[in-house]
Design a protein around this ligand. Structure first.
Ligand SMILES: NC(=O)c1ccc[n+]([C@@H]2O[C@H](COP(=O)([O-])OP(=O)(O)OC[C@H]3O[C@@H](n4cnc5c(N)ncnc54)[C@H](OP(=O)(O)O)[C@@H]3O)[C@@H](O)[C@H]2O)c1
Length: 305
């Protein structure tokens, strides 16, 4: 099968090449991959003790080719979307992928395309966990740093649906996009006074801050009121002050039902999904490079025939 692989443990080179189709056991699924969600982590987040060349990638969508008998609820022919992290048998930038029991697997609504489905799992799963942890209440306000990307495009409408008011940052060219997602206030992180601009919107500070982009937590905390909450999606180390609570991302909680609900809302166009680019598999490396710029709007996906 064709796959985009990392060539070796010390190599930063990725190459499209032929590799064997993974073999599965009774605890696993084999998926014929139809679309791949592109994430910045695809270029540097790998399991330990893997064999090279190793197909990269952690999310996608496709059709189940084979289903192990110990993987209940899924059958050959099912249309699924998935997050497959730390998979030693290889990732999702491949014609076939093995999914283990720890993978997050959901059925795709019938009217949803594979390209749409591949754009949702990682960002959806992440932001749903963020909101479980933040426990926002109707009428509260939040600030989201780096909100025009894959996670932000879900973060804003989900907060609005909870009855919260949102201020969000991105560069000016993305402000109309932030507002179309439901942000009440958009600020440009290039402006030296963007924190004050958020403070003019909510003079006492917002109830909670979500720092999506790396290294945005410290300044995001300056927008939060005394005793509010802050969470980092990228793992920034945050030194709390003014009784602000640093909330950790709860990786181990299960948000699968909420994720399914999100798939259904997107399929019914009750929630937005913005796919900036759809790449062919031959251009997978181009897709990864573009994502690495950290200036992508929404999500990009790669499709396979
Ligand atoms: N913890 C987890 O489970 C988890 C899961 C997924 C992702 N992540 C991490 O989350 C981060 C973001 O993910 P993503 O896919 O949403 O990002 P993304 O799609 O790459 O976000 C891009 C957006 O961020 C904006 N941006 C870039 N630099 C910024 C800055 N300094 N301040 C504010 N905004 C900035 C850009 O706006 P402009 O183009 O307008 O500049 C761009 O629209 C990544 O670091 C990723 O590794 C964590």
């Amino acid at each position: 099968m064709r796959a985009l692989v990392k060539l070796g443990p010390d190599s930063n080179e990725f190459k499209l090449m032929d590799v064997p189709i993974p073999t599965i056991n009774e605890d696993e699924l084999l998926v014929s991959v139809k679309a791949i969600g592109v994430g910045i982590h695809d270029g540097y987040f790998f399991p330990e003790n893997i064999q090279f060349p190793y197909p990269i990638g952690i999310e996608g969508s496709g059709i189940i080719e084979k289903a192990g008998k110990n993987f209940p609820g899924f059958m050959p022919g099912d249309r699924i979307a998935f997050v497959s992290m730390q998979q030693p048998k290889g990732g999702t930038y491949a014609e076939y992928a093995a999914l283990g029991k720890k993978s997050l697997v959901v059925h795709i609504p019938p009217q949803m395309s594979f390209a749409q489905a591949a754009a949702i799992p990682v960002a959806g799963n992440t932001i749903l966990k963020v909101y479980q942890a933040l426990e926002l209440k109707t009428g509260q306000s939040i600030f989201i740093a780096g909100a025009s990307g894959a996670i932000g495009m879900f973060a804003i409408p989900l907060a609005v649906a909870k009855g919260c008011s949102v201020a969000a940052s991105a560069s000016k060219k993305n402000h109309d996009f932030l507002k179309s997602l439901g942000a009440e206030k958009a600020v440009d992180y290039h402006d030296t006074d963007w924190v004050e601009q958020v403070r003019q919107w909510r003079p006492d500070g917002v109830d909670a801050g979500i720092a999506i982009q790396p290294n945005t937590s410290s300044q995001s905390m300056d927008t939060v009121k005394d005793g509010g909450k802050i969470i980092s999606v990228s793992g920034d180390r945050i030194e709390a002050h003014r009784n602000i609570r640093v909330v950790q991302l709860p990786y181990h909680i299960d948000v699968k039902d909420d994720l399914l609900d999100m798939f259904n809302k997107i399929a019914k166009k009750e929630m937005p999904l913005f796919i900036e680019h759809i790449f062919q598999f031959e251009d997978a490396l181009k897709a990864l490079t573009l994502k690495g710029s950290r200036h992508a709007r929404g999500k990009s996906v790669i499709v396979l025939p």
